[in-house]
Design a binder for this molecule. Structure first.
Ligand code: HEM
Ligand code: HEM
Length: 194
């Protein structure tokens, strides 16, 4: 029987991400996937379904923004587990770059969405589900900035999709290559002891 800690030669607390980091990772990942689907496909639905989808889209987006601020603060005050020494330098470099680009996108996507709803011709508060309202950003509405925000939001959505493919591709590749403890760092339930 090898535990994750024994397989990596690290102490249990250094072999994988902490419970909080793992919880934040999977909560945000799930919300992002749902929001990409709602964002890209809401136009295929008729009213009032489309409106309900967008209420969920914006509320999920604000939730991602709040969780990301907590996550970045957490990340800056905690050391992540060390990379597996079998990984090549370019692989750990690429993984680290993808991680930081993810953090940038997790902030920029909801902020650009917030900018869209703050700059249209009819600026109204955004409903956070049916619970409370969130006001617009303090910017002067205008067609130019509104169109720019829409373009940016769409482009950033595609960038997120691309990063997700790279990220999941990397994780699955290493898993299949036999580095099974790499995925176990973020998904300990996938690391079966043997
Ligand atoms: C949009 C969805 C996702 C986002 C935004 C995301 C973001 C991140 C970030 C930022 C980290 C780095 C944590 C840090 O050290 O600061 C990370 C690590 C990790 N993620 Fe994701 N992730 C997503 C989806 C997934 C999925 C679907 C998988 C499943 C294969 C996955 C597997 C992992 C693993 C295994 C790690 C640890 C990497 C390592 O050991 O270096 N992630 N993720
Ligand atoms: C996790 C965060 C978010 C993700 C991943 C995301 C993703 C997307 C995507 C992929 C689209 C479709 C873009 C297109 O094809 O034109 C979209 C549309 C939209 N999103 Fe978001 N979004 C997020 C957060 C937000 C937030 C916080 C708001 C507003 C408060 C927002 C408002 C909108 C609006 C108004 C549209 C429709 C734009 C249009 O019709 O051109 N989004 N979003």
């Amino acid at each position: 029987m090898t535990t994750l800690a024994a397989a990596t030669g690290l102490g249990p607390e250094r072999a994988r991400y902490s419970r909080v980091a793992i919880w934040l990772h999977w909560a945000i990942a799930g919300l992002i996937v749902v929001n990409l689907l709602l964002g890209f496909f809401h136009e295929d639905f008729a009213r009032p379904v489309r409106g309900t989808m967008m209420t969920w889209h914006k509320s999920i987006g604000f939730t991602v923004l709040a969780l990301t601020v907590v996550r970045i603060l957490w990340r800056l005050s905690h050391r992540p587990p060390a990379f597996d020494s079998a990984l090549k330098r370019w692989e750990t470099g690429l993984a680290t770059a993808v991680h930081w680009l993810f953090y940038a996108l997790l902030l920029a996507i909801p902020l650009s969405g917030w900018l869209i709803v703050s700059t249209g011709t009819k600026v109204m508060p955004t409903h956070f589900l049916w619970l409370f309202d969130i006001g617009p950003l303090p910017v002067t509405p205008g067609e130019g900035i509104h169109d720019l925000a829409e373009e940016a939001h769409e482009l950033l959505g595609y960038a997120m999709l691309l990063l997700l493919v790279l990220h999941v591709g990397g994780a699955v590749k290493h898993h299949l290559d036999g580095h099974r403890h790499l995925i176990g760092r973020m998904a300990p339930w996938l690391y079966r002891e043997r």
